[in-house]
Design a binder for this molecule. Structure first.
Ligand code: ZN
Length: 1032
């Protein structure tokens, strides 16, 4: 295995003394100790298991009809990667550029640096604008084109580079006849200071400078210059043939031109194109290595042998055959796995397989579970494992004859033979202490210190609990929830409550020794809600009164978690703590925190300290919680610094969720909080989970990011995992991969259901392998790439200077694109920027990541907010990270009240707004309704029921229910956007030219950032320059 220096290895993989987030034993790509580890020995999954209540569960699925699965069998159906003679052999000669060293190569204008101004200016001078698609390879030159798209059985394909169009081409040569005169002038260099500190007007549009004459290209129509709907490869046509040789494309270096934002790749256009070609259709997962529709495209997914993209998405669906090739391209090989993803009601839920006492059938050597990648041989008596190639005997109970093509006769009757995803009932071997688990418990823990009582929060929580406890999650076949509930209140001491059903009044027990918390009662603490309903309601009525006269300001925090965990431990069940907390825990107790928010650390090598917990108490607490299946969800109501980096650690590592409501005000924020609370209590969740990723030979999982804890290099432990949480897994080669066998991944999650049953959830995915770089680039998914880059960078934030991380991201972006340019694109002028079709919008998304407040070292953004966003992103799935980094911006004034379709989104730039317009922006955490000063009065009347712009009250956080189509449609759009998102978005009304507009503008991510961070255009120039350097 030779993995040194691969991709972002240098800095990210440095040994990090553990604060728990990155135990030193993983994340080391070059660590030889990994090389010998077998590809998948499941640790005797620890104490795990549930008797298989066979009678309760359907014995296998109703078999999908053969006609439906006619083309099934991923291992047999993989399309061989297509070859084409064009590109130079990938292994011929050394990589064209040396491994980068971030500190010397990057010229990405970090907010703290001013050195890049001249570089930028000269770069721009050297850059040449061209129409999109110019510089196409003359026929017969260059690679005979990327392979034709594999056959996808009638599925629509996203635009693929073709012979004529090896990729999107932007920013190329001078604005000449190619784009029409003056179409794309570069900006004056004086405006080129993006990323420099200091606010800049957001609407800094570059003035078109006068254009000197240009060498004319050949007959391009002016329209080609815009990156409009023509973007889809197949739709482009180039009247007049192709431009001449590269020389023609170069312009005078002193030329200064403006880059037309319309000429650079548009995320909206990419999203809309995918919707147009693949939206509303059935996507069947029957082919190996097929690239799914984008996360933003609605379609119906049909499992035909590979896991749905709702469960697993990959950065690329074609892995390079060798690690040399992987190093050359520097494209991260990763999967974003959301094992409990919500499946829409029109798709088939997972089948449950029950082999009774026999348990799941597994490979003897690598312990992989029976799946479509197992090949039955010898008349069905044995099978060869697709992961380790071991030949296993088929257990007698599982024997079945083969048909004339070697497939078992029961192929379509067994989900584990024909589907990508399914569940197994686990046997007692998979249970802790070999006995069935108890159903989980929920413990509600309320901070009753002075401020929470005074502002009414405690009363609000208690009132709401009475309602939401009615909605505890339950198994579909059950009438009531098996989940038991318990209640604790606290300030600097803890109060446990006995709510046993036979009591007339709840009883309180106070624990004052917070140094060593014990659980003062067992019987009566965790109860069935239905049975104890009246005592519980009695308690919830009393709690606000009980502490009404308390003046206690100090709180503890770690002992609260400890108490909840001990209670679950004592009850021998997994569970979830719901903690409602407001302040920095300064009371004398373990985990006591001091205010250490130090802005002076920003932009220094010590900035990482702000993201680390200030004591190791929380780290070891998290470890204990995971060991006992205790998930912690934290609702924070801070009015000042509370040290989110410390308080949020346990929630993050235990698969819980952190919610934060700054300066919580009852009338403004309670709706958002209550929505979050309801959603969190009701959501689907698995407890006490261990995830294991198995891979076919030649590669393996090396690094994991998410709400997880790892005690060794392979077992991903999770106190709980819910439907919104994703784990991102990075893969590395340890040998060559074969094109014919592909790359297989099996994700197995052993967990306890909300009903207390032990199960295994299996997801299988088969990817292609190729020795052609073009295949790799063709199969990339930018949304998944950004998810990976965000998580790896946000993990690195704990250990690395931010400047280094930003440089790595820029460098790696440039490397990936330069490699494509060098090896896959047609020959053309060096000054052209050529992007692979699958990565057209990688630069704009990467720039959004770089501008996120976590990576942007700016004192204007609170330390807690940065720590909060860092934590959120670490567990995001691809759809959530896509929306988070590139918000959805909808022109509301264009909405058609007769249609249920959302208006087409527009790009996140101030230049796209208009005074006459009303726009809705959402990023998954926040939602804004921006009103232009000249908004149409009928719309204002329709939405707000007031006569004019001036009458609109911007204090509201929900829109009034006005009985007209505008109001109804807009409120419906808001609820559609909110659906399926893990966090309730608070609506803020923003009027143009009023102060709160500043907040809104931060989300116009294509513009220069308020607090630094390049505009998209400038970043693209920067990346282009890096690429040119690499190619030279
Ligand atoms: Zn095996």
């Amino acid at each position: 295995m030779s993995q040194q220096g691969y991709v972002a290895t240098p800095p990210y993989s440095q040994s990090q003394p553990g604060i728990g987030l990155s135990p030193p034993h993983y994340g080391h790509y070059g660590d030889p100790s990994h090389a010998g580890s077998p590809p998948g020995m499941m640790k005797p999954a620890g104490p795990l298991g549930a008797a298989a209540p066979g009678g309760m569960l359907p014995q296998g699925p109703s078999p999908p009809g053969p006609q439906q699965f006619g083309q099934n069998g991923a291992h047999a159906q993989g399309h061989p990667p297509q070859r084409f003679p064009g590109p130079p052999p990938v292994n011929s000669g050394a990589p064209s550029y040396a491994p980068y060293s971030p500190s010397t190569q990057s010229s990405y204008p970090s907010p703290a640096s001013t050195a890049s101004v001249t570089q930028m200016a000269s770069q721009l001078n050297a850059m040449h604008i061209n129409s999109y698609g110019s510089g196409m390879a003359p026929p017969g030159q260059g690679p005979p084109g990327p392979p034709s798209a594999p056959l996808f059985q009638g599925l629509p394909r996203p635009p693929q580079p073709s012979i004529m169009q090896p990729g999107s081409q932007v920013l190329p040569p001078p604005p000449t006849a190619l784009n029409g005169p003056g179409a794309s002038p570069l900006p004056p260099s004086t405006h080129r200071q993006d990323g420099l500190p200091g606010p800049a007007p957001l609407n800094a549009q570059y003035q078109p400078p006068p254009l000197p004459g240009q060498t004319l290209g050949t007959g391009y129509s002016p329209q080609q210059g815009s990156y409009g709907p023509q973007m889809a490869g197949g739709q482009l046509s180039y009247p007049g043939g192709f431009p001449g040789g590269p020389a023609q494309l170069a312009g005078p270096p002193q030329l200064q031109k403006k880059l037309d934002p319309d000429s650079i790749p548009s995320p909206i256009q990419v999203i809309e194109n995918d919707r147009a070609t693949r939206g509303g259709q059935v996507y069947a997962t029957n082919s190996r290595g097929q690239v799914p529709p984008l996360v933003t495209t609605d379609c119906v997914i049909q499992d035909q042998g590979n896991a749905s993209p709702r469960y697993i998405r990959c950065t690329t669906y074609c892995f390079p055959c060798t690690s040399d090739m992987a190093k050359q391209a520097q494209i991260p090989l990763a999967a974003v796995i959301k094992p409990f993803a919500t499946i829409p009601s029109n798709e088939t839920p997972l089948y449950l397989v029950n082999h009774g006492e026999n348990g799941p059938v597994r490979c003897n050597r690598c312990k992989a579970y029976m799946c479509p990648f197992m090949q039955f041989i010898e008349g069905g008596r044995r099978y060869q494992c697709g992961f380790c190639n071991c030949v296993n005997d088929v257990p007698p109970f599982y024997f079945q004859h083969l048909d004339h093509i070697g497939r078992r006769l029961d192929h379509y009757e067994k989900p584990e033979l024909s589907l990508g995803s399914y569940e197994y009932v686990a046997t007692l071997d998979y249970c802790r202490k070999n006995k069935p688990p108890n159903p989980p418990a929920f413990i509600f823990m309320i901070d009753v210190s002075y401020s929470n009582i005074k502002n009414g929060l405690v009363k609000l929580i208690c009132e709401e609990l009475k309602t939401v406890l009615e909605k505890l999650p339950k198994e579909e076949q059950e009438e009531t929830s098996a989940i038991r509930v318990g209640f604790i209140t606290y300030n600097k001491v803890l109060h446990f409550f006995n709510v046993k059903s036979n009591l007339a009044q709840p009883q309180m027990m106070v624990v004052t020794d917070v140094g060593e918390v014990f659980v003062p009662l067992l019987d009566g603490f965790l109860v069935n809600y239905q049975e104890s309903q009246s005592v519980i309601h009695n308690l919830l009525d009393q709690i606000p009164e009980m502490f009404a006269d308390s003046n206690e300001n100090e709180t503890v925090f770690a002992p609260v978690i400890q108490a909840g965990m001990e209670a679950l431990k004592a009850a021998d069940c997994p569970g979830k703590l719901f903690i409602f907390h407001s302040s920095l825990p300064t009371a004398e107790a373990p985990g006591k925190l001091k205010n250490r928010d130090d802005k002076k650390l920003i932009n220094t090598d010590k900035e990482k300290i702000l993201f680390q917990p200030q004591t190791n108490v929380y780290d070891s607490l998290a470890k204990d919680c995971v060991a006992h299946g205790c998930c912690v969800t934290l609702f924070l109501f801070p009015s000042q610094y509370v040290d989110v980096a410390s308080l949020g650690l346990v929630p993050q590592l235990t698969g819980g969720t952190l919610y934060k409501y700054n300066n919580f005000q009852m009338h403004m924020d309670s709706q958002q909080f209550l929505n979050d609370l309801r959603n969190d209590i009701e959501k689907k969740i698995g407890f006490d989970a261990i995830m294991r990723i198995r891979t076919s030979t030649g590669f393996r999982a090396t690094d994991f990011f998410g709400g997880i804890f790892m005690n060794n290099t392979t077992d991903v432990e999770m106190a709980a995992i819910d439907c919104d949480k994703a784990v991102t897994v990075e893969f590395k080669h340890d040998d060559k991969l074969a094109e014919d066998s592909g790359a297989l991944i099996q994700c197995a999650v052993l967990y306890t259901t909300i009903g207390g049953q032990r199960r295994l959830r299996i997801h299988n995915l088969s990817l292609n392998c190729s020795s052609q770089l073009a295949d790799l680039y063709k199969s990339c998914e930018t949304d998944a790439l950004i998810n990976f880059f965000a998580k790896s960078a946000f993990k690195a934030v704990l250990h690395q200077p931010l400047k280094v991380i930003r440089e790595i991201l820029v460098n790696q972006t440039a490397h990936m694109l330069a490699c494509y340019r060098k090896n896959c694109a047609s020959p053309s002028a060096a000054s052209q920027l050529i992007l692979p079709d699958s990565m057209k919008v990688l630069p704009v998304y990467m720039n959004c990541l770089l501008k996120n407040c976590v990576l942007l070292s700016r004192p204007e953004i609170s330390t807690d907010e940065r720590a909060y966003q860092r934590q959120l992103v670490m567990t995001m799935g691809v759809a959530d990270s896509q929306l988070f980094f590139y918000p959805q911006l909808l022109p509301i004034h264009t909405l058609d009240v007769k249609s249920t379709a959302l208006p087409t989104a527009i790009r996140c730039s101030e230049s796209r707004l208009s005074e006459e317009g009303i726009f809705l922006l959402a990023n998954g955490l926040n939602m804004f309704l921006w009103l232009g000063v000249s908004s149409p009065p009928e719309l204002i009347q329709g939405i707000f029921n007031v006569p004019s712009f001036a009458h609109i009250n911007t204090d509201m956080t929900t829109l009034p229910e006005v009985g007209n189509p505008y109001s109804q449609t807009l409120r419906m759009i808001i609820s559609i956007i909110q659906q399926k998102r893990p966090y309730s978005m608070k609506l803020t009304i923003v009027k143009q030219r009023e102060q709160p507009e500043m907040v809104f503008r931060q989300f116009l991510v294509e513009d220069k950032g308020l607090y630094g961070g390049s505009s998209y255009v400038d970043f693209l120039c920067c990346v282009h320059k890096e690429i040119c350097q690499l190619l030279n």
